[in-house]
Design a protein around this ligand. Structure first.
Ligand SMILES: NC(=O)c1ccc[n+]([C@@H]2O[C@H](COP(=O)([O-])OP(=O)(O)OC[C@H]3O[C@@H](n4cnc5c(N)ncnc54)[C@H](OP(=O)(O)O)[C@@H]3O)[C@@H](O)[C@H]2O)c1
Length: 329
């Protein structure tokens, strides 16, 4: 099979398409033909090892000290089950699915094996494989953080970094929950974020939202430049800061802050659950959650795609079309 492989950390050109052996599913696994995956912020972080402060050593210990231990990136996918292990009853061959591959990654390849009891759900029928893939990474992250932040109808939320994969999903979920939404993004994305549910927009190049006198029940800092020290002045009493891109010191602060403040900081990796994917699929089926796709690349163009995502200004999701014309194995 063809796969996008990286054997050292570095610039986009370290990722090359190579032939690899077809994986063989274990008794509890599925063999999945990948039709589409996204190139996410997580992939460029792991490729370049640009990791939030405090996580550099931990990341190298997990993902490889000198070189990547798992050479195929890709944390989300939409694909078709083409074989199932003997102990699997949840899915059958031919099922169209969406999935998170988690720490195993490996979705930037024609085939991948995943545990059948992992974060996998049936693909929403109304979406094609590209659209379905675009639901997964941003959607699960936004769903998990908004749930942990207990966003309620009528509350105010500010979403900092609203135009990316997580932001586009967070806007639509916050609209669904009945919140009053302020989006922080560049002027280029103003029309997009308004269409996804924002009631007000702050262009971060023109205005600092922590200095405009407004206060919010929830601040979702996706971009990572509004930690507690900065965002606290814009949080309403008892408000919650969802630190999606937190450094290690900020995560530690999240633990002790409740000892002396009513406000809370919610940080840490988001959960990867099959139920959340099923919930996202149902929301997409109902037309409540619409995937936002910036652009698509073929697997052969993977280095070009990394270069684009490296710019840090993508809009929604960037798709890697892996087996785009085939619906089944
Ligand atoms: N905790 C977790 O489990 C978890 C899970 C997923 C992602 N994350 C983290 O979340 C972050 C964002 O992920 P993503 O996938 O949504 O990224 P993304 O799709 O690459 O989008 C990043 C967005 O940030 C915007 N941006 C750039 N500079 C900005 C600034 N100064 N202020 C506000 N917005 C700015 C960009 O658009 P404009 O500049 O044009 O507005 C872009 O749309 C990443 O750092 C990732 O590591 C954490």
């Amino acid at each position: 099979m063809r796969a996008a492989v990286y054997t050292r950390y570095g610039a986009p050109t370290v990722v090359q398409v190579e032939e690899r052996e077809l994986p063989v599913p274990k008794p509890h696994q599925l063999l999945i033909k990948v039709h589409a995956s996204c190139l996410n912020s997580a992939d460029v972080r792991l490729r370049s090892l640009r990791i939030p402060l405090g996580f550099g050593l931990i990341s190298r210990l997990i993902f490889g000290i000198r070189a990547p231990r798992r050479p195929i990136l890709g944390v989300d996918l939409a694909g078709t089950v083409v074989a199932v292990g003997d102990n699997v009853s949840r899915f059958t061959s031919g099922d169209a699915i969406i999935a998170l591959t988690g720490m195993a990654m490996g979705a930037h390849a024609e085939y991948v094996c995943l545990d059948a009891d992992g974060a996998i759900a049936h693909k929403p029928a109304r979406l094609d494989f590209n659209q379905a893939a675009a639901l997964v990474f941003g959607g699960t992250t936004a769903l998990d953080f908004l749930r942990r932040g207990q966003l309620k109808a009528g509350e105010t939320i500010l979403i900092n970094g609203a135009g990316g994969a997580v932001g586009c999903a967070a806007l639509q979920l916050a609209r669904h929950y009945g919140a009053q939404i302020t989006a922080v993004c560049s002027a280029d994305k103003r029309a997009l974020v308004l269409s996804l549910g924002a009631h007000a927009v702050v262009d971060y190049r023109q205005q600092d939202f922590t200095h405009n006198g407004q206060r919010y029940d929830v601040i979702m800092d996706i971009h990572g430049n509004a930690p507690w020290a900065k965002a606290r002045s814009a949080l309403a009493p008892g408000g919650r800061l969802l630190a999606v891109c937190a450094t290690l010191p900020q995560m530690l602060q999240a633990l002790w802050l409740p000892l002396w403040r009513r406000e809370r900081v919610i940080a840490g990796p988001c959960a990867e659950r099959a139920e959340d994917l099923a919930e996202l699929a149902a929301l997409a089926e109902a037309g409540i959650l619409v995937p936002v796709i910036d652009r698509s690349y073929s697997l052969a163009q993977i280095a070009e795609a990394h270069e684009y995502v490296d710019s840090g200004h993508k809009q929604g999701s960037v798709i890697i079309e892996i087996s785009p014309n085939s619906l089944t194995g």
